[in-house]
Design a protein around this ligand. Structure first.
Ligand SMILES: O=C(O)CCC(=O)C(=O)O
Ligand SMILES: [Fe+2]
Length: 438
């Protein structure tokens, strides 16, 4: 009986299991002690020319209520606009111009912890921390599910420092890739009977919410975290993998795939969808910049690929839906900028002016057998993680299919892809398919 699963199928199953095991929480947490040098908060209340002073190592509810009164209602961001709506967010906010603190995420060791834990030491850029706001969540306050608005292409995470005050409720809930995780910050600030500052840093594209504060005041300092173009002067040693066993399994599954002559026997493309959403402007540098700023399992996957298959480039590319009858995709090295009206449609434009490569899955080929005749250079793509819409964007253009000008559009996404040589070029022995006697 011939085996109906090939080695490639087994390797693919191992790859997917390993990837699931490598999925890390999209946030990291910890505590930091405040001392007399960094526990003071100075703030402006109303029009008073004098600052008020709070010592976060010894606050009373009256003082916290006064701080809350000095705040304005906190808005939230939606479609680049700031909106006030107490059914979505009920909290107070204070702008950086109205308070001062000596608390420093670098000096308190938080930035080092973020690098080691959230980034696992994979990224060597300097982390730039920008203070954003002070928020007070009094009794009954909350912030419904949202994602943070990226302040620039280099912003990768948000940091919330929960100051040491006794309160109940106000847990942070995260939802990412079908998983739900929570961080009870009220419990975290009480460590071994002592009040400390808690912190949580999370990738900004991850959906999160703050549950209702049941009692007390939850006071937070929020920061935006950016990758800066500056490299650390002293090289940052890579941290040891969190799950070395799953990394090894993923490496061997990738090697096994490429060592199987039945896997892309005539060569083709291997593709991975991204699991995080990235802020990007559609310019020529965007993809190469983004390669250095991948998050979570996206970064891990690239690292593991490079270790397992150092001779095969895994690159970020854009993938656009074509507009012809064959239902193909077009792979491009950069973002497409459609200037003039398109005479011959989007697929043709992108293949002609951007060296776009027509790609098709085996399913699409079955439905459109004429495809490879129409596009002799088209390549078969095997998605190792299913193409999703996480980073989908829309490209609009003027088009003229012959019956007058119209507005057309194509959807694009970004993905990691690698060119795979044919089995013979990979040095594998290719056996002729069995001929079954009729
Ligand atoms: O206070 C928190 O824990 C999170 C706040 C938040 O999500 C935000 O300010 O965008
Ligand atoms: Fe948020």
């Amino acid at each position: 009986m011939p085996k109906d699963t090939s080695d490639a199928d087994d390797a693919l199953a191992t790859f997917r299991d390993a990837l699931a095991d490598l999925e890390e929480p999209p946030f990291c947490t910890g505590v930091a002690s405040l001392d007399a040098n960094n526990s003071t908060l100075f703030y402006r209340a109303g029009n008073s020319p004098f600052a008020k002073i709070l010592d976060f190592n010894a606050t009373t509810d009256e003082q916290l209520a006064a701080l809350s009164d000095a705040c304005q209602p906190a808005p939230f961001g939606i479609a680049q606009k700031s909106v006030l709506d107490e059914t979505i967010r009920k909290a107070g906010k204070m702008e950086c111009t109205d308070f001062a603190t000596q608390f420093c995420p670098y000096a308190s060791g938080i930035v080092d912890k973020i690098r080691a834990s959230l980034l696992q030491g994979r990224n060597t850029s300097t982390i730039h921390v920008e203070m954003y706001k002070l928020n007070v969540y009094g009794p009954g306050s909350f912030f419904k599910s949202h994602v943070d608005t990226p302040r620039s292409d280099t912003m990768f995470a948000s940091l919330v420092v929960i100051l040491p005050t006794k309160h109940k409720g106000g847990s942070l809930l995260f939802r990412h890739q079908g998983r739900e995780l929570s961080f009870n910050s009220a419990e975290a600030v009480v460590t071994e009977g002592e009040l400390k500052a808690g912190f949580v840093a999370f990738y900004s594209d991850v959906e999160h919410e703050v549950s209702v504060v049941e009692s007390g005041y939850r006071v937070t300092l929020t920061y935006n975290l950016y990758f800066s173009d500056i490299r650390e002067l002293t090289p940052i040693p890579p941290s040891s993998p969190l799950n070395a066993d799953a990394e090894d399994r993923m490496k061997s599954s990738l090697e096994a795939l490429l060592n199987d002559p039945k896997f892309l026997p005539d060569g083709g493309i291997v593709g991975f969808a991204l699991s995080h959403k990235y802020p990007f402007k559609k310019n020529s540098k965007a993809l190469s910049n983004l390669e250095e700023r991948l998050k979570g399992t996206d970064a891990l996957l690239k690292k593991i690929w490079e270790e397992a298959l150092p001779d095969i480039d895994l690159k970020l590319k854009t993938v656009y839906r074509g507009d012809d009858e064959y239902d193909c995709l077009v792979l491009v090295d950069t973002f497409v900028d459609v200037g003039d009206e398109l005479e011959d449609g989007f697929t043709r434009y992108v293949t002609e002016y951007y060296q776009g490569q027509i790609i098709y899955t085996s399913g699409v080929k079955k439905k459109n057998p004429g495809l490879t005749k129409a596009y002799p250079d088209a390549r078969l793509i095997k998605w190792l993680t299913t193409l999703n819409k996480v980073n989908q964007f829309k490209e609009e253009y003027a088009v003229n299919y012959g019956n007058g000008p119209a507005v057309g559009h194509s959807y694009g996404d970004i993905c990691l892809v690698a060119e795979i040589k044919s089995a013979t070029e990979r040095g594998l022995e290719v056996t002729a398919p069995n001929v079954v006697a009729s």
